[in-house]
Design a protein around this ligand. Structure first.
Ligand SMILES: [Zn+2]
Length: 249
């Protein structure tokens, strides 16, 4: 059963607003709206039914704990955080936009509170490097070390993975299977990658942006709107252009 899955990054207010930052008030509208439609936020550890949805947060920012966690708790939603294993409790200096868009990552205590509440912690690698520029052994190490560090930290299995920049390379499936990952989360519109011949399950998700309203989320979930897919393709193309820029500096 494919559970509809949404991808968020930051939930914060103030001046540091970008496409990947959803304001706390809007996020509250999203979750209350989805709850009104009878939906229930789950993780890959839960048994899905037709009302299930998965809410995911990439990179593991501290604002998720401050602004998203209380809202999700209020509506009985569990969620999945894809944490960067080498960025726990420190700033996001891995990000090219760090100087104008600096954020703190989640601390160990905050991650443990998520786990206590039934949330899932997945791996997003160690330091947010684009895998297209790495050797096989480097990708293997990033996926293995991040899993091990997070498991040691939370005392629970980490079996979900999403690649930094959502950039897939063909070897990821094989490595994921060898390392006992069970799920790889992909960006839905642009995942034109090689065939998956392993037992690792692919979970396709749709990105949520700062301007998205509940009706956009419903369209993403129902996957009916060509406009939604077109919009995400354009935004994803722009963020890949950022990776190109980063390599030059
Ligand atoms: Zn990321």
């Amino acid at each position: 059963m494919q559970v509809p899955t949404l991808g968020y990054h930051n939930i914060s207010a103030g001046t540091q607003v970008g496409l990947n930052t959803v304001s706390p008030s809007r996020f509250k509208k999203h979750i209350s709206g989805l709850a009104r439609f009878g939906m229930q936020g789950i993780t890959t550890f839960d048994s899905p039914d037709e009302d299930s949805i998965m809410i995911t947060f990439d990179d593991g920012y501290e604002d998720i704990f401050q602004n998203a966690f209380p809202v999700c708790q209020n509506y009985g939603f569990r969620a999945i955080v894809f944490q960067l294993a080498d960025y726990i409790g420190i700033n996001n200096d891995w990000d090219i936009n760090f100087y104008k868009n600096n954020h703190l990552h989640l601390s160990k205590d905050q991650l443990l509170k998520f786990v206590e509440a039934g949330w899932e912690i997945g791996s997003h690698g160690c330091h947010h490097q684009a895998y297209s520029g790495l050797k096989y052994s480097e990708i293997y190490a990033d996926m293995a070390v991040s899993k091990e560090k997070l498991e040691n930290l939370i005392g629970k299995e980490v079996h979900s993975f999403t690649a930094p920049f959502n950039m897939m390379v063909p070897t990821i499936y094989q490595i994921a299977e060898e390392l006992a990952y069970k799920y790889i989360f992909l960006q839905k519109p642009l995942s034109t990658i090689s065939e998956n011949k392993t037992k690792v399950k692919i979970i396709e998700r749709r990105s949520v942006y700062s301007f998205d309203m509940v009706k956009n989320l419903i369209k993403k979930i129902e996957n009916k709107s060509r406009y939604e897919i077109y919009k995400e393709n354009i935004i994803h193309f722009c963020s890949n252009a950022t990776i190109g820029t980063k390599k030059l500096i």
